[in-house]
Design a protein around this ligand. Sequence first.
Ligand code: ZN
Length: 258
Amino acid sequence: MKRLYRGAATLALVFALFQGVFATTWFPQDFTCPIDQEKNTFMVVGSYGTYIYWWPSKYQWLFWPVTDSPTFYTCKKCHLTTFMWDFDKIPKEKIADLKKALADVKVSKSFKDYQELPVTERLEIMVKVYAVLDKDEYWWERFYRLEGYHYAREGKTETALAARKKSLEMLAKFLKDPKAKIAQKELLYISGAMKHFTGDDKGALEDMQKALETKYQQEGASAEDLKNGEAGMNERLKDYIEQIKSAKPPRLLDRSSN
Ligand SMILES: [Zn+2]
């Protein structure tokens, strides 16, 4: 009996460790649409760990949950689509414009579960929604990069390429701006990443090398954060340079799950 108990406890512990180390979890929650008060059930994050920062999407400087389908909420009636953290925070003064923006949106099928719609179909609606929501160019650069990720994952390589080129154009602009909102070192990592994912490995390696030689600076960061940021980015940059030169560069993982 005792042995059996111990065995079960060990199993439970192993399971808990497995969950802790590898699993991200979601659970359903009811939401009311801010536009038409329709009741929707969406998934919210249950648990995750810092391991998400080491998943392969790091090579596009994108991190779970934006790499995962439940993150993109779509109202089954008016089709309002947002990142999960924005759905119930729509400013009241934007509702009228959003209604207009959504008026001609058609979805590929009626659905009960929003995840029946492909992520890229939801992203297309988000382009219209966020055009109303006054997002800055840093927001859009990340959004285009995210489009690249999800279109590639769905095998739509041409659309993915076009999105990544848009991201790259914006990054080139940020890199020339001494007041850029993102640290130069990080911008160079992202720019190098997008060059790699658009087939320009020479440019990618140049950006990564330049990033290694650039000091990590971020306004308002403590000395400790700067030191950790510097070390962390250098580790990632060295790994990326090695990966680009390897037989299986990150670009080839384009359609993998994370
Ligand atoms: Zn709605």
